[in-house]
Design a protein around this ligand. Structure first.
Ligand code: FAS
Length: 390
């Protein structure tokens, strides 16, 4: 079978790309390793920033994919239990983000693609991209019945996340990779706790904590923990005690905890984001900390950049967009990496109890205070949270 584009991976990157191509009349096949249920239920991100939301509008998908999602109002940041509020939509000149749990976005993208007649194949094992250095790339895989298939194509989109096969298939020596360990661990728990009135972050000498909505009746909590410690062994009572302490809320009720994950705060970037006719998209090319909620949004913006480049290449024979794809995406990736690191320092250093961290703690508290006292600093922060059209 020959198809213009084979997409490896059905996460936010792969599914957004598939829908953008479908809306543009460019044929594609999506190969996903896991089964439908796993893909549709995996909970991760929760915010689509304003810029990423506009991309769905541009392809006429916004109502179908993010319609009805709650719009961001205020961000609450508590410092030693004292609440302060940032009005992102106001400070960014009317560019609110939307609160969309990642699994809701994925489900709606799957529905939109399949309703449009899209070819999405779950349970694809041993997916391998081949011959992408030439102009006749192909992809092989084994279906759930054990039958091996080969798809010839014009382009391959590696949307298979950090642990996928695409980046690993790039010949040695072609990629330069950058990794950074922020030296911070987050313990994230999913609980049946009512969503907070506003997205909530708290800095305190006990450590960072946060509470974000994940649907109307669930919250994802984040607690900073010392690297090396495994908080998944904490008794739930201790977790709730730490959350009350750090959020400054003695009345925070205990709730059933349904998910526990440890997220080591690390960043990763692979350059360039292509090898011949194989393009790396989203987490396949970069990992960013959840600070600033940019991981999923970077994946969506990469998908948009590749979609528009593929449309002009396949439909008009103009491959300028494909030639510029990597540089375009890397410029935004590094911009968001810098913002995420700046944000990570601000909310973690400001609570660092270590004696030798006293000076950094004062710097971080001054950086945080400026957001509320300087309209220009608040606007710059809100601009990055809204997502920027570089
Ligand atoms: P994904 O990893 O989502 O999707 C890749 C897909 O490819 C998967 O479905 C996988 O099954 C499939 N695949 C893998 N190997 C394959 C193969 N060989 N063949 C076929 N298919 C294959 N981001 C935020 O913006 N905000 C947050 O708050 C946030 N919180 C997070 C919390 C946690 C615990 C984690 C782990 C991540 C979080 N992220 C957050 C980041 C996350 O949302 C990613 O940025 C986002 O899923 C990236 O989307 P994709 O690039 O599509 O990759």
């Amino acid at each position: 079978m020959h198809v213009p584009v084979v997409i490896i991976g059905a996460g936010p990157a792969g599914l957004a790309l598939a829908n953008f191509l479908q809306k543009s009349g460019i044929g594609c096949v999506v190969l996903e390793a896991r089964d439908r249920r796993h893909v549709e239920e995996r909970q991760r991100a929760g915010v689509i920033d304003h810029y990423a939301g506009r991309l769905f509008e541009e392809f006429g998908l916004a109502e179908q994919v993010i319609g009805g999602a709650p719009v961001e109002t205020l961000l609450e940041i508590r410092v030693e239990g004292v609440p302060r509020f940032l009005d992102g939509p106001l400070l960014s000149g009317g560019r609110p983000s939307r609160l969309v749990p990642q699994q809701f976005l994925v489900r709606r993208l799957i529905t939109a693609f399949e309703e449009g007649g899209g070819d999405l194949r779950f349970g694809a094992a041993d997916v391998h991209p081949h011959d992408f250095a030439g102009d006749r790339p192909r992809v092989t895989y084994r279906d759930p019945d054990g039958v091996t298939h080969e798809l010839t194509c014009d382009h391959i989109a590696g949307c298979d996340g950090f642990h996928g096969v695409s980046r690993r298939s790039v010949p040695d020596g072609e990629l330069t990779t950058f990794t950074f360990d922020h030296g911070i661990g987050w313990y994230t728990v999913l609980a049946d706790a009512p969503a907070p009135r506003y997205p909530l972050m708290a800095v305190s000498r006990h450590g960072f904590a946060a509470q974000f909505a994940r649907g109307p009746h669930a919250s994802r909590f984040y607690l900073q923990h010392q690297p090396g410690d495994d908080p998944r062994n904490w008794p739930d009572a201790y977790t709730w005690e730490q959350l009350r302490l750090r959020l400054g809320d003695d009345n925070l009720p205990e709730a059933a905890i349904s998910g526990r994950e440890v997220v080591e705060m690390r960043s990763f970037v692979a350059e360039p984001m292509r090898s011949g006719r194989l393009y790396l998209v989203g987490d396949a090319a970069h990992i960013i900390t959840p600070m600033g909620a940019k991981g999923m949004n970077l994946a969506l913006v990469d998908a948009y950049a590749l979609a528009t480049a593929l449309v002009t290449a396949v439909r008009d024979g103009d491959d300028a967009g494909l030639r510029n794809y990597s540089d375009t995406c890397l410029r935004r990736t590094w911009d968001y990496q810098e913002f995420s690191r700046w944000f990570t320092e601000m909310v973690h250093d400001s609570g660092d109890p270590a004696p030798d961290a006293a000076f950094r703690r004062r710097l971080a508290l001054a950086r945080l205070d400026r957001l509320f006292t300087s309209p220009a600093a608040g606007a710059a922060f809100a601009d990055m949270m809204a997502g920027t059209a570089l």
